[in-house]
Design a binder for this molecule. Structure first.
Ligand code: NAP
Length: 275
């Protein structure tokens, strides 16, 4: 027996603020379900402390990496390696993974997490409407461009920002105001903060959406948003924000701890997250 005490590996979620993050609940649930001796913590990192945090953790062999949330998703790109060219594509990182030699690789699991609930659908050529042009919208538009969707209408408060995103992702489409009528989209995605607790509501007339359209709200607090309630009332299919939250976390978990989350436990996890 060596005298070196065993310290379990750990990962973290960093942000400012961070107390509200649901990531520790998700990762801890999976660690316990798989019997992995590891830990997943919250770390409150302010913008002026980001570089020091990254330098310190880089030197810690027990640290497997971190999830990155507001306001660090762009700034962290200057501090880590970017072999997947995330800077040139999505333009924001939500995951940093430490390699055994101390190299830090940044990536983004939001785009794949967003797309996971839609993966079985054929969206090629389908008209889509997206609300928002912030960080989450970038991941959404990146995934939609990869899926080969048809024209994309972005509804956003700041039109110039939204026009830039259409160009960045090589998408055909248009940009309209938030109160413009919806196009007859097969998929409507709310990637804005509207409808979130503490934010203004998102009031849309869903009448222009065709039968069979899907309404996907990234907001998960509350889980059943006004938008999803209106979509259900119209008999449309809905996807809520927990699917993406769990999807992006699952990819990060495997990168941190080397194993995918356990299968067949999503209902239990959703119940825990909404308790
Ligand atoms: P962000 O970068 O700050 O972008 C916010 C977007 O909402 C921008 O397009 C902004 O419009 C718009 N917006 C905010 N306040 C508004 C207001 N009062 N009136 C009109 N438009 C307003 O935030 P984000 O990171 O993209 O996050 C957006 C939402 O997605 C949040 O609710 C977040 O919780 C959710 N999200 C969920 C997941 C998940 O896993 N489910 C993952 C990431 C994000 P402007 O462009 O005009 O500023």
């Amino acid at each position: 027996m060596s005298g070196i005490p065993y310290t379990p590996p750990y990962a973290e979620v960093i942000g400012d603020p961070i107390a509200h993050s649901k990531s520790p609940l998700i990762h801890t649930f999976w660690l316990e379900a798989l019997g992995i001796a590891g830990d997943y913590r919250r770390a409150h990192v302010r913008p002026d402390g980001l570089a020091a945090y990254i330098a310190e953790r880089r030197a810690d062999p027990d640290w497997r990496g971190c999830n990155v949330t507001i306001p660090h998703k762009v700034a962290v790109m200057d501090l880590v390696d970017d072999p997947g060219n995330i800077r040139g594509t999505i333009g924001a990182m939500n995951t940093v993974v430490r390699q055994p030699d101390g190299a830090l690789i940044g990536t983004n699991t939001d785009a794949a997490g967003f797309y996971a609930p839609l993966a079985e659908l054929d969206l090629e050529g389908a008209p889509v409407a997206v609300i928002g042009a912030g960080g989450a919208a970038r991941a959404v538009l990146f995934a939609l461009a990869r899926a080969g969707v048809g024209p994309v209408t972005i509804l956003n408060r700041s039109p110039l920002k939204a026009m830039g995103l259409l160009a960045t992702f090589g998408l055909k489409g248009d940009v309209v105001a938030l109160d413009a009528p919806l196009p007859p989209a097969a998929l409507l995605v709310n990637a804005s903060s509207l409808g979130m607790i503490g934010q203004p509501p998102l009031d849309l007339d869903l009448a222009p959406l065709p039968e069979g359209a899907i309404v996907y709200d990234l907001v998960y607090a509350p889980l059943r948003t006004g938008l999803l309630a209106a979509a259900e009332a119209r008999g449309l299919d809905t996807v809520d924000g927990l699917d993406m939250l769990i999807g992006q976390a699952a990819l990060a978990f495997e990168l941190f701890f080397g194993r995918p989350p356990p299968e067949g436990r999503d209902d239990e996890l959703r119940a825990l997250l909404t308790a």
